[in-house]
Ligand binder design. Structure first.
Ligand SMILES: Nc1ncnc2c1ncn2[C@@H]1O[C@H](COP(=O)(O)OP(=O)(O)O)[C@@H](O)[C@H]1O
Ligand SMILES: [Mg+2]
Length: 361
């Protein structure tokens, strides 16, 4: 069993807290993605788990056993780094088997594992090549393969795809997910890219400033963000936010944006908090363009700033009295800059956050 537990884990570099109060339980064979902006403590968290960095406080356990003070090689972990280093003078086969040879694994066993991994990763025909004779994607696969050959209980990836071009990144994303299905390892994958997090993770751990903001499945984070930060980080284009105030209106509750625009909320209980400063949030994909009333949506007259067609739909930037917002809509044919349009806000998909602590209300 390779379940991983962080308990009150903390890391300080001098006066700087890189990671604070991390409590996290990762299940055996789970695929967990650590995501967050650059500098939020993802790499430090991973390196503490791998034993490459001491913890300042707290405990880390793998399979129920504390590894906090164990050497890296005794932790049953393999890691793929962002700037993966292959040995340029060694063949693919030697690169794959390097750490196994170092550990004195019997030759027959090494050969078996290398053959298995090479087959799964489609490297079988390239085993005798040197890294410089491979494409970027193939080199990346060798780096992943070298970690897989270790057959460690826990596999760690630190932004392994960030040096690849966009198309290859999408391909490798699918490939790594497929690997997770066929390998029996717990996988912890670090990225700053929310799309990778959404598409790959069984669960996402979203970090900011060294602390965990929220842990959940991709859909939980998308549909029930705990804070404005989570709401703004997950989803692309990002959620639109407006400074607003709760008001009572027509026996229910509404948000008032920019002191003029009143949008009724399908949450009458919030009328009791009239006057409270809030942040109103709505995702671009939950605003519809066009004429005619939409059930459950509220009309916001706006002027178009920019249209960015994607084919199936377009990202339209528009402005209303309360500010600028983005719409992702299929109904963009004929819409152009400076047009007056009706933007329909689907209020059942809207969010309200506290104006000060930014927690979801
Ligand atoms: N060896 C170090 N010495 C001092 N500060 C460090 C060191 N490593 C990381 N940090 C700091 O810790 C914070 C978290 O860094 P890191 O874990 O690398 O973030 P991420 O991987 O999320 O981009 C950053 O503020 C970074 O500058
Ligand atoms: Mg990093």
């Amino acid at each position: 069993m390779a379940d991983v537990t962080f308990e009150k884990v903390e890391k300080r570099f001098g006066e700087v807290y890189a990671v604070r109060g991390v409590d996290l339980a990762i299940r055996d064979r789970e695929f967990v993605v650590l995501v967050g902006p650059s500098g939020c403590g993802k790499t430090t968290t991973l390196r503490m788990l791998a034993g490459l960095e001491d913890v300042t406080a707290g405990d880390i356990r793998i399979g129920g056993r504390s590894v906090t003070h164990l050497a890296p090689r005794d932790r049953d972990i393999a890691m793929v780094f962002q700037s993966y280093a292959l040995y340029p003078h060694m063949t693919v086969e030697k690169n794959l088997s390097f750490s196994l040879r170092l550990r004195g694994v019997p030759k027959a066993e090494i050969d078996r594992r290398v053959q298995d991994v090479a087959k799964i990763l489609g490297l079988g025909e390239h085993l005798q090549r040197k890294p410089r004779q491979l494409s970027g994607g193939q080199r990346q696969r060798v780096a992943v393969g070298a970690a897989l050959c270790r057959q460690a209980g826990v596999l760690l990836f630190d932004e392994p795809l960030s040096n690849l071009d966009a198309k290859l990144r999408v391909h490798m994303r699918t490939e790594l997910k497929r690997l997770h299905h066929s390998f029996k390892s717990t996988m912890i994958y670090v990225t700053h890219d929310q799309v990778e997090a959404m598409t790959m993770g069984d669960r996402i751990v979203l970090m900011n400033h060294g602390v965990i903001c929220q842990v959940g499945t991709p859909l939980e984070l998308y549909e029930r963000p705990a804070t404005r930060f989570v709401a703004g980080f997950i989803g692309s284009p990002p959620m639109n936010f407006f400074e607003a105030r709760l008001v009572a209106a027509d026996g229910g509750a509404a948000v008032e944006l920019g002191g003029e625009l009143r949008l009724p909320l399908p949450r009458p209980e919030l009328a009791a908090q009239a006057g409270r400063p809030v942040v109103f949030g709505i995702r671009p994909e939950h605003i519809v363009l066009g004429e005619g009333a939409r059930p459950g949506a509220v009309r916001v007259p706006a002027v178009v700033d920019e249209v960015e067609p994607l084919g199936h739909d377009a990202i339209v930037t528009a402005r209303c009295g309360a500010g600028v917002f983005q719409v992702q809509s299929e109904h963009y044919a004929g819409v152009k800059r400076l047009d007056q349009v009706d933007a329909w806000f689907r209020m059942e998909r809207a969010f309200v956050f506290d104006g000060e602590n930014e927690c979801a209300i």
